[in-house]
Design a protein around this ligand. Structure first.
Ligand SMILES: Cc1cc2nc3c(=O)[nH]c(=O)nc-3n(C[C@H](O)[C@H](O)[C@H](O)COP(=O)(O)OP(=O)(O)OC[C@H]3O[C@@H](n4cnc5c(N)ncnc54)[C@H](O)[C@@H]3O)c2cc1C
Length: 397
């Protein structure tokens, strides 16, 4: 039987980052025909985080202005330091794949993990389907980086997703005058209700998308997106979509990060364990950063022969310290805003009007320092007590 040190299921940003950090001995099985296609995401992120991860400048579109539009309000924030960016998804994922293969990792496309066939104290045997046949592979660890599909983790935790976002997006040639402005849409006027986005890319295209939260609504994001595209509303925002380039769709977990990221020799990373920020559905940078960390911890574990529990505990402690609170707060907000009506959205946007662009950037990143917190409290005096109640409630759950 074939053997490798670490079998990684899924060649998205999380799995590819784990593979890069491990290098030789890592095998990625990826069910799609190629890395980075089809596109299932939008690529909004923040320059400071993307630069810190070492992704080169040609992989993103720089955004100077962020616009919020609701039924009755429109707000524009011009950034001068903490800039948003829009990633070239296919280019970024292929860049990560290249780094991984340069380090000696092997990436196998059109190969689908189907089951864990055997588990022992010191190895796992997995079954992989490939071109109508299947084979088995024995590894010291199996990493579930399969995103929403969560293909491996049910072996250790069968609990299904309780909450997720489902999105539809069209990419058009961009005929707009300004290519440095991204827009977030909220409320029934644009998105029926739900949320939407208009992101210019560095390929002279523009991505227009709509997302709906499950189980809060059963509306189809594709129907809502078609409705938006048939309306004249984009023109009122000076957004001019040319010919259609591609259609995308995807599902994102929205239940906050899992409490437990694995057991014994099966470890989850990325969307498979809910590591996308629930507030705005930003996951890519978290997946890369966490994938890097998990890969390094695994490489050390393999070298030193320490038990898997040591690695899992270091991983969980790192996550809890770095992101647990911001993810819990963001989850709490996500659950409230998904039921907002137009009046609530208009009111929220009027409150945001008092904030500085950097405060808005901090809020969207759920990375709120004392200064921003104070200014947010001044603009919404009953928020702190509600938020504390929400956090205490979510911890106790
Ligand atoms: C509509 C939408 C919009 C989004 N917008 C943004 C955004 O603007 N910015 C942002 O940062 N994030 C965004 N996200 C979130 C982001 O896409 C995810 O957080 C990120 O892609 C998760 O990466 P991952 O590597 O964990 O999983 P994925 O990117 O989902 O990759 C997992 C891969 O595993 C493969 N796979 C699944 N099962 C198997 C199997 N059994 N065997 C082999 N391979 C398998 C899949 O084909 C998939 O390609 C969005 C998500 C959606 C759905």
């Amino acid at each position: 039987m074939e053997e490798c040190s670490v079998l990684i299921v899924g060649g998205g940003p999380a799995g590819l980052s784990v593979a890069r950090a491990i290098g030789r001995g890592a095998v990625v099985v990826h069910k799609d025909a190629e890395i980075g296609l089809p596109v299932r995401t939008s690529g909004g992120s923040w320059k400071k985080h993307i630069d810190a991860l070492g992704l080169p400048r040609h992989l993103y579109q720089h955004i100077n202005t962020l616009r919020f539009a609701s039924a009755g309000e429109e707000l524009l924030f011009d950034f001068d330091s903490d800039f948003p960016v829009v990633l070239d998804i296919t280019g970024t994922y292929r860049y990560l794949a290249n780094l991984a293969t340069k380090q000696g990792a092997e990436i196998r496309c059109r190969q689908k993990f189907t089951e864990v066939s055997q588990q022992a104290d010191d190895f796992v045997v997995s079954t992989i389907a490939s071109g109508g046949a299947s084979y088995q592979i024995k590894s010291k660890f199996v990493i579930d980086a399969s995103g929403y599909w969560r293909s491996v983790l049910p072996v250790i935790d069968p609990t299904p997703y309780s909450r997720y976002g489902i999105g539809a997006e069209y990419e058009f040639r961009d005929l707009s005058d300004r290519r440095d402005i991204a827009t977030l849409l909220v409320g029934s006027r644009f998105t029926n209700p739900g949320y939407g986005w208009i992101f210019p890319t560095n390929q002279q295209t523009i991505r227009v998308g709509v997302g709906h939260a499950r189980p809060d609504t059963l509306l189809s994001p594709k129907v809502s997106l078609d409705r938006l595209m048939k309306s004249e509303l984009l023109e009122t925002l000076n957004v001019h979509a040319g010919s259609l380039v591609s259609k995308h769709g995807g599902i994102i977990p929205n239940w906050g990060a899992n409490k437990i990221f694995g057991a014994n020799r099966i470890v989850g990373v990325g969307d498979a364990v809910g590591q996308a920020l629930p507030l705005v559905g930003e996951g890519i940078r978290y997946c890369i950063e966490t994938g890097n960390l998990v890969g390094k911890l695994l490489a050390d574990t393999l070298k030193q022969g320490t038990p898997p529990s040591v690695m899992l505990s270091a991983y969980t402690k790192w996550w809890n310290k770095r992101y647990r609170t911001s993810f819990s707060a963001s989850q709490w907000i996500n659950e409230r805003i998904s039921t907002y009506d137009d009046a609530s959205w208009d009111r929220s946007l009027r409150r945001l009007r008092h904030l500085r662009p950097d405060d808005v950037a901090s809020l969207l990143q759920a990375d709120v320092g004392a200064g921003t917190a104070l200014r947010v409290m001044m603009s919404n005096r009953d928020l702190p007590i509600k938020l504390i109640r929400g956090l205490v409630g979510s911890r106790g759950a």
